[in-house]
Structures are given as C-alpha cells and as structure tokens.
Ligand binder design. Structure first.
Ligand code: HEC
Length: 265
C-alpha cells in the first residue's frame, strides 16, 4: 500500500514537471492585426478570396470545412464571389449522393452543397485527426497574448497564423519525435502531427499579392475567421444601429421629461 502511495506521488510529480516544461516552451499567439478587428472592423474581401484559395489548394487535402456551403462564398459580408462564380466552382467538385434504392453515386456539386470532406484514406496515418476548420478560430482562444487582442475580441485567427508560421527546430537537447513537428504555438504541447504546410509561392494568387508564407498564413487565417463568424459584419452593424437608436431615444426622453415637469419646477 505504502509503495503504491509513493508511486502515486512520484507519478503526479512527474506529470507536474512535464506540465511545467510544456508551459515554459509554449508560446502565445503572435500579435498581428486584421482588418476585421474592433467595433468597426470589416473583412477584406480580396483577402478572404485569397484565403479561400489557400484553404482549397493546401488545407482541404486534410481538413474538412463541413459547415460551409459553396453558396456561402457569395453571401453578404463574405468573400464576395458572384453567384455565377460559386456555381462554376461548385461544379468542379464531386458530391456523393445516396438515391432511394440505397446506391451511392457521384454527381457534380451544386451551390447549395456543403464542402466535401477529404477522403479517409488521405488522412489515415497522419498520427492525429485533422480537425474540421469551419469553427477553428472560435475553438482556439489565442488571446492570452496581448491586451489589444482581448480588447478587439479576436485571437483565434492569430492562433492559426502563429501555428502555420511557428514551426521551429527543437531546442538543443530535445530529441526529435518521429512523425511529429516542433511548434511552440500549438495549444496541446509543442509536438504537432501536422507537417509544416506553407512555402513561399505555394499558391498562385489571382491578384498581385505576393504569396509569401506570411501572406498566405494571414489570408487563410482571415478566411477561417469569416467561416467561423460569417455574420460578423451584420452583427457589428446592428450593434451600431442599436446604439444610435438608444442615443436618440435618450435625448427624446430627456426633452419630454423637461416639458412635462416644466410647470412644476
Ligand atoms: C497533410 C495533412 C494536413 C494539411 C494539408 C493541413 N493540415 Fe492542419 N492538421 C493536420 C493534422 C494531422 C492535425 C492534427 C495535429 C495534432 O493534433 O497533432 C492538424 C491540425 C490543424 C489545426 C489545429 C491545431 C490545434 O490547435 O488543435 C489547425 C488550426 C490546422 N491544422 C490548420 C491548417 C491549415 C490552415 C492548413 C492549410 C494551410 C492545414 N492545416 C493543412 C494535417 C494537415
């Protein structure tokens, strides 16, 4: 019994140390800014379009984005693709559908379809399951970093940006782990199963923007901020309208109060 207790103590001490070691090595998300920060911030349409391109050419090989439909790309407050562009884009995908007899058939994608997930065969053997990216910028806080990020209520996109640009050689004395990559920005330890993804010029942009690693990481993280909160611009707009309404109402009520009480004063 005594032996068991001391084992338990030694075990928890070990876990505690491991936790400490991690806490030391892990880094906070880099403090970069986006156009959509703050109460008046808006998405940059061109950036969202570039970010989509990065997602589609690189990330979609492993990560699904199953809460986003092709038609969303033409929604107000989004990347601003036209309906015709979305239709053409959807048709380049194959979507499998089960008919009434139970047979599965592939057909061309339509604007109303959701983004298809990568085939299981391609993500098998990666050592971890690539999470769905639709909501990832909301699922990772990232802003235990700077006050500015806390104030502007963003942090998830900074986290994704930092993760993509944050691969490093392991520090001296730390042995490499097979199939894992050293990344101090990763939220669950410093070893991630996702290999580094971006290299300069990997994606060909349709505008004049240079596809550097930094630029692609910014663009794709901005795009993922939009997929996680597609109604952000509407929300901010409504908030502003409500504030203006309340201000006018307050003024009116004050004027009415003065009028009604004028005789008594
Ligand atoms: C070769 C497959 C592959 C590709 C391509 C890929 N990823 Fe990953 N990704 C993974 C795997 C596997 C994980 C799970 C890692 C883990 O838990 O150790 C992951 C995890 C992530 C995470 C979650 C990290 C966390 O905090 O849990 C994010 C964010 C992410 N990837 C973003 C991207 C983006 C953005 C791209 C495109 C630029 C991309 N990935 C491309 C395989 C991939």
């Amino acid at each position: 019994m005594k032996k068991f207790a001391s084992l338990l103590i030694a075990g928890s001490a070990l876990i505690g140390c491991a936790g400490l070691a991690h806490a030391e090595a892990e880094k906070d998300a880099k403090a970069i800014s986006y156009s959509f920060e703050g109460p008046f911030g808006k998405f940059d349409k061109a950036q969202l379009q570039r970010g989509y391109k990065v997602y589609q050419t690189v990330c979609a090989n492993c990560h699904s984005m199953k809460f986003v439909a092709f038609r969303n790309l033409a929604d107000r407050g989004g990347p601003g693709f036209t309906d015709a562009q979305v239709k053409a884009l959807a048709a380049t995908f194959k979507v499998s559908e089960t008919d009434s007899k139970g047979d599965t058939k592939d057909r061309d994608g339509m604007a109303s379809d959701y983004f298809p997930s990568p085939a299981l065969a391609t993500i098998a053997g990666l050592g971890a399951i690539p999470p769905d990216l639709s909501l990832i910028t909301k699922a990772r806080e990232g802003w235990h970093g700077t006050f500015n990020q806390l104030l502007n209520n963003v942090g998830g996109p900074q986290y994704v940006y930092s993760l993509l640009t944050g691969y490093e050689d392991p520090p001296k004395g730390v042995a490499p782990i097979e199939g894992k990559y050293y990344n101090p920005y990763f939220t669950s330890g410093v070893w991630i199963s996702m290999p580094p993804q971006l290299t300069d010029g990997l994606v060909k942009y349709d505008d004049d923007t240079k596809p550097t690693v930094d630029q692609m990481a910014k663009d794709v993280s901005a795009f993922l901020a939009w997929t996680a909160e597609p109604k952000m611009e509407e929300r901010k707009q409504t908030g502003l309208e409500v504030l203006v309404y309340l201000l006018i109402l307050a003024g009116l009520l004050y004027a009415v109060k003065r009028k009604i009480w004028a005789a008594i004063h």
